[in-house]
Ligand binder design. Structure first.
Ligand code: GLT
Ligand code: MN
Ligand code: MN
Length: 387
C-alpha cells in the first residue's frame, strides 16, 4: 500500500521515544509506562524495522541480576514476535546524579572511570542483541560556568574515553561503529561538541578514526538556528554519516523532538532528498516524542506519521528529480567548461600560469540568469501536491 513503512528504509525508534511517558520540566507523566514487551508490540503494530535502547531503558540501573535476566528474556521474545531488530545501542550517561557534572568529561577521575565502566557493560548488552552501531550523546558533557571545567581538558578526557572504548570493542570483537551526536545546549547550559562539525573535527584526532562517525539530530542543529541539511551533507561527504536522528524542531525553542516533518516540511524534504540521492543505507531513527497530550492510540499515530511523512517525501524527491522544468533549470545554472576546470582541478605551476592568462569577464559572468525564484516555486508546488 502507498506510503506504508518499507523495511528496507530501516525505520527505528528508541525504547525511550514511543515509551516516553509525557513528563516535562513543569509536569509529571501523562501516560502510564509501557513495559518492554508493550513497546515491542506497539512498534510491531506500526510496522517499524527496529528498536534501539540505552542500557537503562531496558534494565533499570538498580535491577538485580535475576530481574535483568527476566527483562532480557521478555525483550528477546518481544523482538522475535514482532520481527524487530536492534541496530543501535547507547549508554545513559545523563540521568543518574553521579553524572550531574559530566561523565567522560567529569572533573573527577573516579566518575570518568565509572562512565567508561558503565559504557563497557552497556556495550556488552547492546552486542547481546546484535547492535552494530553505538551512539554517544554527551548529555551532561558541558557546563553552566566555564569557571567549573577546563574546556581543553574536557576534549582530552573525551578523546581518552573514546580511544579506550574503541579498543574495548575491538578486543571483544563486537564490530561496533561509534556515532557521536552533537547538541548545542540542554540539559547543560552549554554542551561541548555543540554541532556535528565539532565531532567531524575530533574524529581524525582519535586512535581509531575509521570506527567513528556521527549521529546528527534534526532538532539539535536547528535549536542553534543552523541549517541541518548542510551538516548532514558534510558528514555524508566525509563518509561519516553512521546513523541519523530524525525529528523536528522550531528554531530558537527548547528541545522539542517533534514528529518528523511536523515543524518544517521544506527542510524535511531536502533532508530526505539528500539521504535518498546519496543512497544513505544506515538506520533512519526517529528520535522524537509524541505530544504530551497523546494517549497510546495517538502515540501510534505519531510513530506511523514519522514513517509515512518520510515515505511521502521520498516520493516527492523522486518527482523533483524527474521534473523536466526543474532539471532544465539545474542544467542551465550548472555551467561546465573543461578548458578551465582542467586548470583548477590540481595546482601545478603550468596550470597556475595558464589560469592567470585565461580571460574571465566578471561582468559577463555576473549576467548569467539564475532563476531560483522559479526553481523554489516549482519545489513548493511539488510539496503542496499540485505538481
Ligand atoms: C536523549 C537525547 C537524544 C539522544 C539519545 C541518545 S537520548 O533522548 O535527547 O537526542 O539521541 O542518548
Ligand atoms: Mn533532541
Ligand atoms: Mn538524538
Amino acid at each position: 500500500m502507498a506510503y506504508e513503512p518499507d523495511k528496507k528504509m530501516k525505520f527505528t525508534f528508541g525504547l525511550w521515544t514511543v515509551g516516553n511517558i509525557g513528563r516535562d520540566p513543569f509536569g509529571g507523566p501523562t501516560r502510564e509506562p509501557l513495559d518492554v514487551r508493550g513497546i515491542c508490540d506497539l512498534l510491531g503494530d506500526v510496522g517499524a524495522y527496529g528498536v534501539n535502547f540505552h542500557d537503562n531503558d531496558l534494565i533499570p540501573i538498580d535491577a538485580t541480576a535475576s530481574q535483568a535476566a527476566e527483562i532480557k528474556k521478555e525483550f528477546k521474545k518481544g523482538l522475535k514476535d514482532n520481527g524487530l531488530v536492534v541496530p543501535m545501542a547507547t549508554t545513559n550517561l545523563f540521568s543518574d546524579p553521579v553524572f550531574k557534572d559530566g561523565a567522560f568529561t567529569s572533573n573527577n577521575a573516579r566518575i570518568r572511570a565509572y562512565a567508561i565502566q558503565k559504557t563497557m557493560r552497556a556495550m556488552d548488552l547492546g552486542a547481546e542483541f546484535g547492535a552494530k552501531i553505538y551512539v554517544f550523546w554527551g548529555g551532561r558533557e558541558g557546563a553552566e560556568t566555564d569557571a567549573a571545567k577546563n574546556p581543553v581538558e574536557a576534549i582530552k578526557r573525551f578523546r581518552e574515553a573514546i580511544d579506550f572504548l574503541c579498543e574495548y570493542s575491538i578486543s571483544q570483537k563486537y564490530g561496533y561503529k561509534f556515532a557521536f551526536e552533537a547538541k548545542p545546549n540542554e540539559p547543560r547550559g552549554n554542551m561541548y561538541f555543540g554541532v556535528t562539525g565539532s565531532y567531524l573535527a575530533l574524529i581524525p584526532t582519535l586512535a581509531h578514526p575509521e570506527m567513528c562517525g556521527v549521529n546528527p539530530e534534526v532538532a539539535h542543529e536547528t535549536m542553534a538556528g543552523l541549517n541541518f541539511v548542510h551538516h548532514v551533507a558534510q558528514a555524508l561527504e566525509q563518509k561519516k554519516l553512521f546513523h541519523i536522528d530524525l525529528n523536528d524542531q522550531e528554531i530558537g525553542r527548547y528541545d522539542q523532538d517533534f514528529r518528523f516533518g511536523q515543524a518544517n516540511i521544506k527542510q524535511a524534504f531536502f533532508l530526505v532528498k539528500l539521504l535518498e540521492d546519496y543512497k544513505y543505507d544506515g538506520p533512519r531513527h526517529f528520535d522524537a516524542h509524541a505530544l504530551r497530550t497523546s494517549n497510546y492510540e495517538d502515540v501510534k499515530e505519531f510513530a506511523k506519521g514519522c514513517m509515512r511523512t518520510y515515505m511521502i517525501l521520498k516520493e516527492k524527491a523522486a518527482r523533483w528529480n524527474a521534473d523536466k522544468e526543474i532539471q532544465q533549470i539545474l542544467k542551465t545554472v550548472n555551467v561546465e567548461d573543461q578548458s578551465v576546470s582542467k586548470l583548477t582541478k590540481k595546482f601545478n605551476p603550468g596550470n597556475a600560469k595558464k589560469l592567470l592568462e585565461t580571460p574571465l569577464d566578471r561582468i559577463e559572468l555576473a549576467s548569467a540568469p539564475l532563476p531560483y525564484e522559479r526553481l523554489d516555486q516549482l519545489t513548493m508546488e511539488i510539496l503542496m501536491g499540485i505538481r
